[in-house]
Design a protein around this ligand. Structure first.
Ligand code: SAH
Length: 217
């Protein structure tokens, strides 16, 4: 097995730190997770490059910078209960497992969820909970969450994510059309009071489902 630790350190320095990711816990987490295990085998040597990569089923693992940015935007300190929508490869979930207390992740494609489960177990992230279902409905039974991160582009913000946030909780979600979205951070300030920040333009695969894009689109 090749040693990717130098590639990983360079990735953290040149793609995350150099572009303004500062949270030392995020930099450490991304510096620890073996990203090459989460991409398709044929792409392992490119796993630390500055781009998203295929993970099968027409889905992608997000660009490292985007994983860093979203993780930082959640403002995690270690004890939080976090929900991720779009498990995909499981990579973002592994990063979150280093940053938060409990991680719940939802994926609609069973084969991806199975693959993510296997990889997460193999690197000691067995505590990440994965459910196969339509994640546009969130994870009602486990709510409220201190942080929710959506790793697929939504046409609008599903209401249930807002309801499943704890007071003070943060929702990070790409919202826009199929081609380009704006990454937003929505904070639940009170029972019926939310604040919204626009972080950056981005490009995610579509969030498909009841409160997302229609599956045949
Ligand atoms: N976070 C992933 C990247 C995921 S790509 C990683 O680190 O690898 C987006 C994922 O969202 C895809 O796997 C896609 O199948 C999934 N997805 C899209 N719509 C969904 C929905 N309604 N519920 C759950 N997952 C969904």
């Amino acid at each position: 097995m090749s040693d990717y630790s130098i590639a990983r350190r360079n990735m953290v320095d040149r793609q995350l730190k150099a572009r303004g990711i500062k949270d030392p816990r995020v930099l450490a987490a991304v510096g620890q997770i073996p990203r090459h295990l989460f991409v398709e085998d044929a792409f392992a040597s490119q796993a630390y490059g500055d781009f998203p990569l295929p993970i099968g089923e027409k889905q992608t693992i997000s660009q490292p910078y985007m994983v860093g940015l979203m993780s930082e935007a959640l403002l995690l300190t270690g004890k939080e209960k976090v929900l991720e929508i779009g498990t995909g490869s499981g990579y973002q979930a592994a990063v979150l497992a280093k940053l938060a207390g409990r991680v719940f992740s939802v994926e609609r494609i069973p084969a991806l969820a199975r693959r993510a489960r296997r990889i997460l177990d193999s690197i000691g992230c067995g505590s990440v909970n994965i459910k196969v279902t339509d994640g546009t409905l969130g994870w009602e039974d486990e709510a409220p969450f201190d942080a929710i991160v959506v790793t697929a582009g939504a046409p609008s913000v599903p209401d249930c994510y807002l309801r499943q946030l704890a007071i003070g909780g943060r929702l990070v979600i790409p919202v826009g059309d199929m081609g380009v979205q704006v990454l937003k951070r929505i904070t639940r300030i009170g029972e019926n009071n939310f604040s919204e920040e626009q972080l950056v333009d981005c490009r995610f695969v579509p969030l498909l489902g009841k409160l997302g894009w229609r599956e045949e689109a």
